[in-house]
Each structure stands twice: as C-alpha cells, then as structure tokens.
Design a protein around this ligand. Structure first.
Ligand SMILES: Cc1cc2nc3c(=O)[nH]c(=O)nc-3n(C[C@H](O)[C@H](O)[C@H](O)COP(=O)(O)OP(=O)(O)OC[C@H]3O[C@@H](n4cnc5c(N)ncnc54)[C@H](O)[C@@H]3O)c2cc1C
Length: 385
C-alpha cells in the first residue's frame, strides 16, 4: 500500500495501536477503506503488550445485554483468530483452555448452583460449567490447584480461553501494515473532528473522514472536549495499574486458567505461565508520575498464586511486566466500556476498554460503536432490560 503524503485524506485515522485500535484497523481495511494508525511509541506499547491474555467469560447468571454481547464475541473469537492467522501468517497463541475458580467460602456453593443453571441456559449448549468437589485431584497429577487450597470446591467452565497478547497485536499489526499505514513514534496532540483534523505533537496535521480514538488510558484526555461532563475537572476515567510475571513451568498445555481473589494464573504455550492482577487506581493527573514500571515490593498477587498452586513455587520468573489499563468513571457509566460514535460528532468514534475482558471483545467493538450490534454504548446507561 503506497504511503500517503500529508495532504491526502484517509478514510479513517486510528489513534493507538493496542488491541482495540488494531482490531478496528482490520475491520476498516476489510471494508475496503484506507486507514492510518498513529501510535506514539510502537505497536503493543500500552496495556495490550502484556503477558496475561486471559479471555474470561462473564458469570452466566443475571443475564443482560452486556453478557449477551460478550458471549457472542468470545464464542466467535476462535474463528476470527483463525482468519487473522490466515491473513497475517502469524499465530496468536489461542486455546480454549477453560477456567477453574476455587470457591472462597462455603456460602458460594449456593451461587454456583445459579451459575450452573445460567450456563445451561445462556451458553446454549456450546459450553459447560461444572462444580468440582473438594478433595479430588482435578487436573492431571499437577495438583491444579492443590486440593486443600480449595476446601469448598470450585467451578470449572469450558468457555474461557487464552491468547498471547503480544502475538495477537503482532499479527494484527502485521496485517495493518500490509494493507494500510501504521506510523509508529507518532503522537497525537489533539483532534478537531468537525474539521476532520488530527494534530500531531510536532504540529503536523493529518486529515480523515473518520477518527477513531483508541489510545487506552490516554483517550480520556483527547476525548474530554467532546464527551466530557460540564465540569471540566471531572475526568472521564482513570488508570488501573496491574502487575504480572511470566514463569517457566513445565506443563503439557492442557491446564485451565485459575482465578481466585483477583489473581489470574494463565497457562501459555512453551511451558510458560502468566500470573497477574490489576488493582491500583491511578488518577489521570498522576499518570506521568506512575509509569508502567514493575514494583518489586508489590508481589502479593504472586504469593497468592503460589499459595493456591504450591508446585509453581520454584519455577523461575522469566519476565516482570506492569501496565495501566483504562477504567471509565463518568457518572452513570460505571466501569462499562465505551464503544460508541460520540454524540454530536458522527465521524468520531471512541473505543475505550475500561475493563479486564478487552481481549475477548475487541474484535466486535467497532460493530457496537456503529450501532450494528447490541453492546455497551453511552445512550444505554443501564445494561439490564
Ligand atoms: C496487568 C494487566 C493484566 C491484564 N490482563 C488482561 C487479561 O488477561 N485479559 C484482558 O482481556 N485484559 C487484560 N488487561 C486489560 C487489557 O490489557 C486492556 O484493557 C487492553 O489492553 C486495552 O487495550 P487498548 O487498545 O484500549 O489500550 P492500549 O493497549 O493501552 O493501547 C493504547 C495505545 O495508544 C498509544 N497512545 C497513547 N497515547 C497516544 C497518543 N496521544 N497518540 C498516539 N498513540 C497514543 C499507546 O502507546 C498504546 O500503544 C490487563 C491489564 C493489565 C494492566
């Protein structure tokens, strides 16, 4: 694809080369339109360039539009990733591995009853959820988790999956570069949607008929003039910092994700296993002071994981990683994501994850924003109908 010069008008400019921006680029390209992705650092430099890659399903009871949307998105993801691999020539590390959630107290057994019922109805027989009795060895001989660490049993579903975040963004980035433009090291300072303008930090002006803002936690600042509350000081969202480690632990890659108490253990290919959690709020004003750097004094999530699965205790840590994900806070929205055409600006689309399931739904975000499918949009303040 020939690189356009500055005076050309793109069909679409996308700001941010994370999971949301790159899936949007794939969609625009597949629709036959020209796209330019602007990334201030490099592909996957933000929260999408981490190690976790859990593709978690929502708990299947209390069904609502949000859960319905996420069900379909996660259900079809496998096929979308196969197509991406075909088109980019790159693997994404995907496997529908399922998930085990040890119950933290006796009373949760009642909840599990309701989950099992919900799974039978709402997962349409595609996937299954079971209750695992305490005291048994559940998965191979690896004590996954150690049975006395799950004294109230656990739920096990076959719906959750995992992918490699880095492989995924690399595949999406390769596809975008093959069929569109990706400009790395290119930071956007502001946007003027009414004039179809995107202004870069160095003053360069680029033009596009459509502007998609998908730059993670930094999107709140770019979008505030167009989506912000009347009160200028009230931010649209904040950051949530999380930490993860990758360990090397021999396994045959048949194990499910383990999740308990905010900590995820995600088995990956090549004897790797990611352990992590997101927990620390970072107000927008403090983003500059809280870089996404690993804090070695903050390893509680790792200790919780080792307690649950003691057999990993001597596995070497091969990588430490920290990231900051967006979390929407605008009154009336809770933590729900924003995938929407900004009201009053028909050529401006906001794609902000704001939650922990972005990788499972990012491929459908544009369809929600354009109103093609039901999903999280601002005009519907409550999910439940
Ligand atoms: C520790 C941790 C573990 C997580 N685990 C999971 C998980 O297991 N499963 C899951 O689904 N989600 C998980 N998440 C959340 C997930 O990583 C994020 O929700 C998701 O990556 C957000 O994607 P994004 O494309 O919106 O943003 P990002 O990936 O942050 O991408 C935004 C991009 O925009 C660029 N950018 C910023 N400002 C500008 C600008 N002015 N101009 C140009 N470019 C700009 C950035 O450099 C960045 O590359 C986790 C998050 C953390 C921190």
């Amino acid at each position: 694809m020939p690189v356009k010069n500055q005076n050309d008008v793109f069909d679409t400019i996308i700001i941010g080369a994370g999971a949301l921006g790159l899936w949007a680029a794939r969609q625009v390209i597949c629709e036959g339109r020209s796209v330019c992705v602007l990334e201030k650092n490099q592909i996957g430099a933000g929260a999408s360039g981490g190690v976790m890659g859990a593709l978690m399903s929502h708990i299947p009871d209390g069904w609502n539009i949000k859960k319905e949307f996420q069900f379909h998105a996660l259900d079809m993801l496998e096929e979308e990733l196969l197509k991406l691999t075909r088109d980019s020539g790159m693997e994404t590390g995907y496997r529908r591995c399922g998930r085990v959630m040890p119950l933290v107290h006796e009373g949760m057994k009642d909840h599990v009853e309701s989950w099992l019922l919900g799974a039978r109805t709402n997962w349409r027989g595609h996937y299954d959820m079971k209750y695992l009795e305490a005291g048994n060895t559940w998965f191979s001989s690896t004590s996954w988790p150690k049975s006395d660490k799950a004294p109230f049993g656990a739920s096990h579903d076959t719906f959750a999956a995992r992918c490699s975040p880095r492989k995924l963004v690399a595949a999406l980035g390769t596809f975008a570069k093959l069929h569109g433009e990706v400009r790395e090291g290119c930071a956007v300072a502001s946007i003027v949607p009414d004039k179809n303008k995107v202004v870069l930090n160095d003053g360069t002006i680029l033009r596009a008929n459509e502007i998609i803002v998908a730059n993670g936690v930094d999107a709140y600042r770019l979008l505030h003039p167009f989506m912000g509350p009347a009160n200028e000081d009230e931010p649209l969202g904040r950051g949530v910092k999380g930490q993860a480690v990758m360990i090397e632990f021999p396994h045959d890659d048949t194990l499910p994700i383990l999740y308990q108490d905010g900590t995820y253990i995600v088995p990956h290919e090549d004897n790797l296993m990611a352990i992590g959690a997101t927990s620390h709020n970072v107000p927008l004003g403090e983003l500059e002071d809280v870089p996404a750097q690993f804090d070695h004094h903050d390893m509680d999530f790792y200790r919780r994981a080792v307690k649950l699965v003691p057999i990993i205790k001597d596995a070497p840590i091969v990588e430490h990683w920290a990231g900051i994900r967006p979390r929407n806070t605008l009154k009336g929205r809770g933590a729900d994501p924003w995938f929407e055409t900004v009201p009053g600006h028909e050529n401006l689309i906001a794609l902000i994850g704001g939650f922990k399931i972005t990788f499972g739904v990012a491929h459908r975000a544009m369809d929600v924003a354009r109103g093609r499918i039901e999903g999280p949009r601002r005009e519907r303040l409550s999910w439940v109908q």
